[in-house]
Design a protein around this ligand. Sequence first.
Ligand SMILES: [Zn+2]
Ligand SMILES: [Zn+2]
Length: 554
Amino acid sequence: MPAPFRITFLGGLGEIGRNCAVLELEGKLLILDCGILFPDAEMPGVDLVLPDFSYLRDHAEQVVGCIATHGHEDHVGGLGFLLRDLSFPLYGSELTLGLARNRIAEAGVLDRTELVAVTDGERRQIGPFDVEFIPVTHSVPHGFATVVRTPQGVVLHSGDLKLDLDPIDGRRTGLARMGAIATTEGIRLYLGDSTNADEPGHSRSESSVGPVLDNLFRAHRGRRIITTCFASHIHRVQQIADAAIAHDRHVATLGRSMNNNVALARSLGVLRIPDDSLVDIADIDRFEPGDICIISTGSQGEPRSALALMASESSKWLSIGPSDTVILSSHPIPGNENDVSRVLNGLVKLGAEVVHSGLHDVHATGHAKQEELKTLLDVLHPEWFVPVHGEYRHLAAHARLAHAMGTAPERTLVCEDGDQVTLDDHGLRRSGTVPAGHLYVDGLLDDVGTALLRDRRTLADEGVVVVLATIDTERHEQLRDPQVITRGWVYAPEAEPLLAECADHVRQAVDAVLHTDDTVTADTLQRTIRRATGQFVDQRTRRRPMIVPVVVET
Ligand SMILES: [Zn+2]
Ligand SMILES: [Zn+2]
């Protein structure tokens, strides 16, 4: 019986982010993407969330490489972390590798990988894996769908994609190639991007954004124009620059990732902005407002981004005023709405006119909507289907589309992070689970853990009460009244009577224990203090702050 093929999902199934799958054949592992997830409000202080890499660490010697399908952070942002523990070559398009390289270099682990550029349509053997790279259109150029020919048939992973028939660079999704493989060899298993599976219709072409921008530049003639979009969205940057130059403006970039990515994409010929149209951000005041266009980072309202700094009047490069128009050529990712809103309010308060995707069609999604997903399912006609890249509801919606397009429900597996599936002569089945919890990265701490996050949420929501009891162990009594110190429970300077009452309540409880138990330990005293304080706080204020008992023995 031909060798089975196994896939382990370490991330991206049940969330939009930290995409990471492990392909397994003949005892060798090939990683497919290694991304991060951006934290939400439930994760205070967390910088980013990684997949749990323990499965890969446990099988480090078997890893033959990693494929980066495209250069987005949710696909390559985790490499700088994984490469600390493992060493493997990285395969991707030149642009993808260029985008990933910055992060890997920042982490100081560039020497632990070899960057291997692959081209559209290239077929390459990576260990036992026979891999073909098919071009796809997406919100970053030069992404790939990945075809793996296994002893169990052809496995096709879509990557992030849309079916843009009129892309900026003319490089369309290789639908014909996919169809040819489906017809001649058949698709045994398809893994498809589910991000927009509950969005009806067809995504707009990226090229439809250009004319909208052009009209805006015409309408805002004479005003300074500041635009923002994802720094990796090179085709959007291209369209903004084209509109600016068509209206006789010079272009300045602002923000570290925008500066880096524009330089990278220009050096690779992916982005075309003539030298004499680019000016340094330090020189923009030498131009009339109507002669300049700034392309900035901060489209997601990221608190320390260039745009957020402008909105809070703390940009060192420019001050926003009534003669400015700010165009957000983007759409907030779920979870970022509040940050974006804060930035919008700040900009409007300073007098700027703000244009965003709610007002004009200044954005087009990079992910296929229902009609495109149905087209893909129809062309590929897979024997087995696993929806990937989405929250659970997106995966379920994609599964429904597959049923509608003729894949039998029992041949569609809606999997979650940590699931392993095996493809063998009998078909595809769930064959196990591996650890796949969130790994929270905070500053230099690698895994801050869920307990710490729970503490942070309690501190944020309820505050903290510290109760300090001083015990004379010889005489078996309290040396003084307990001290009650709080932040965030009640405002201490105005609540002294309450704090005194609390101290009194704790003193009585501690006295009671000291009098009944001659051999009382510090542990017991701490428990007593915690219980007494908790009771008092609950009865008097109906709150549940964190209570920290401290016993000082003298
Ligand atoms: Zn993605
Ligand atoms: Zn993407």
